[in-house]
Ligand binder design. Structure first.
Ligand SMILES: C[S@@+](CC[C@H](N)C(=O)[O-])C[C@H]1O[C@@H](n2cnc3c(N)ncnc32)[C@H](O)[C@@H]1O
Length: 290
């Protein structure tokens, strides 16, 4: 249901005991989307915290092993994580030993203005690892595509300032967003920030968010490389699909990688104060393709 046919499937690495295989497999395909997430989501977190809101609450959807949480809360880069989890030295450790080492590694790298991050994913082992390693402050393994949120998840969602998602749109649809936004009871409506592949329609999600008073802007003029295609067949399939959708693939997917777009949804009064381009400008200095 989730993966379009013709797209390589990575379901087998989403719920291992620890993240080593995830990084090894996706590293070989130059998976970069969490790197873009660090800059884009990080700029939003800084903006909210500078506005005097103190440490804010992020809920990362499809959080996997807590990768976006690691990049937002700790002074590490995606390349540091690849180096760490693909290293020979850590390759021989048991999962418990790795988690213990990770807890110490991250504890020594806490960012000064780290947000609190709750993760949501259906992958129980992945979320459990992220909690053990200290990457997530809280975690939930619920499938809001099919179920209603538990009371605990309701409370966490209602206190969220920003929902983030990278690599997950398509696995989750407007159903998950409807369930989460439906938990917000009278307080300020949280922002929703998403990196979504260019062939995935965001219309259903932005339509649901609109019902909660959120206006969605797409960052114009920039796309973000997600990962290399597994092979020529995947590239040809994706380029054909995109061209059928009227999307120009020249200089982007034609060159061998998936590209994602960035969407931000905020209450209308905040959108009229500053555009997504203005908010994100500091994050674009080192990446994103015109
Ligand atoms: C491509 S991974 C992205 C992981 C991470 N956000 C990143 O950028 O590297 C997709 C994730 O979506 C999760 N997922 C799939 N279906 C889901 C659902 N219904 N609700 C929440 N997470 C889901 C998978 O378990 C997996 O961890």
């Amino acid at each position: 249901m989730h993966e379009k046919s013709g797209k390589a499937s990575f379901g087998h690495i989403y719920d291992r005991q620890d993240p080593r295989e995830y990084f090894k497999t996706l590293g070989s395909m130059d998976y970069r989307i969490p790197d873009h997430g660090q800059r884009l989501f990080g700029a939003l977190v800084n903006r909210r915290q500078e506005a005097g809101e103190g440490p804010i609450n992020v809920m990362d959807l499809c959080c996997s092993y807590g990768i976006n949480a690691a990049l937002l809360k700790y002074d590490v880069t995606l390349d540091d994580l690849y180096e760490r989890y693909c290293s020979e030295e850590l390759g021989t450790l048991s999962t418990d030993e790795l988690a213990e080492g990770d807890a110490a590694y991250y504890a020594g790298r806490v960012r000064e203005a780290a947000p609190r991050v709750t993760g949501l994913d259906v992958a129980e082992n992945a979320v459990s690892y992220a909690l053990k390693a200290g990457l997530l402050d809280a975690g939930a393994t619920e499938d809001l595509e099919n179920d209603q949120p538990s009371e605990t998840l309701r409370r966490a969602a209602s206190g969220t300032d920003i929902f983030t998602v990278s690599g997950g749109i398509g696995y989750i649809s407007e159903r998950t967003f409807d369930a989460l936004l439906g938990c917000v009871d009278g307080g300020p409506v949280p922002w929703v920030a998403a990196l979504a592949l260019r062939w995935v329609s965001y219309e259903g999600i932005s339509g649901v968010l609109d019902g909660y008073g959120l206006v969605t802007e797409k960052l114009e003029g920039h796309t973000f490389e997600q990962r290399s295609f597994a092979d020529d067949a995947e590239r040809e399939y994706v380029c054909r699909e995109l061209r059928d959708m009227g999307v120009d693939t020249q200089g982007k997917e034609d060159d061998g990688s998936y590209h994602a777009e960035f969407y931000l949804s905020r209450p209308a009064e905040q959108v009229s104060e500053s555009s997504v381009e203005e908010l994100i400008a500091p994050a674009l200095e080192g990446g994103g393709q015109d």
